[in-house]
Design a protein around this ligand. Sequence first.
Ligand code: ADP
Length: 190
Amino acid sequence: MNIIIFGPPGAGKGTQSKFIVNKFNLYQLSTGDLLRKEIKNKTKLGSEISSIINSGELVSDEIVSNLIEKFVSNDTYKNKIIFDGYPRTLNQAKNLDNLLDKYKQKVDIVLKLSVSLQTVKKRILERQTQEKRADDNEEIAIKRFKTYEKSSEPVIDYYKQSNLLKVVNGEAAISEINSEISGIIDAIKG
Ligand code: ADP
């Protein structure tokens, strides 16, 4: 089963991905984590993308597509991926379908975590004290939320059309969200 976890910054995608990974034996593929690793390791790609990430914009579709192909093409992860933070644009969503098709896989569920801008701000400021991400401050959090609002609607429509979209209330307690997501995945596994 391949799952997409979708939602604004601070929606809890990472937290819920980790829960799903443990419970259902999947692998988390977080494009944000992969990109931050490039910056941390001071690679050529890292130096190209750091200012984009720190301004709250999206890096190019081409860059993230290259990163995810390494996973999708690897047999270890076949049909066991939770895509966290990808796709974020309609182009990325279409690219993912093509890529999965190429490796005889598909998207099984898209979980959308809904949260308000007010919650996003509050959570990102809390996270800032723990994780020290360069893009976790109030101004950039608002920018990232706006970037999400601008690019997400076509992605949501795309998955609504294919009947894959499940909307989950991301404002609920972590354990409640855990149970709701488990129920959705169990129902699909049958
Ligand atoms: P958040 O969901 O809190 O914004 P992420 O770790 O998913 O955090 O992403 C951090 C940043 O990495 C984004 O603001 C963006 O600049 C870049 N990024 C991550 N995933 C993608 C993607 N699929 N396409 C383009 N840029 C991305």
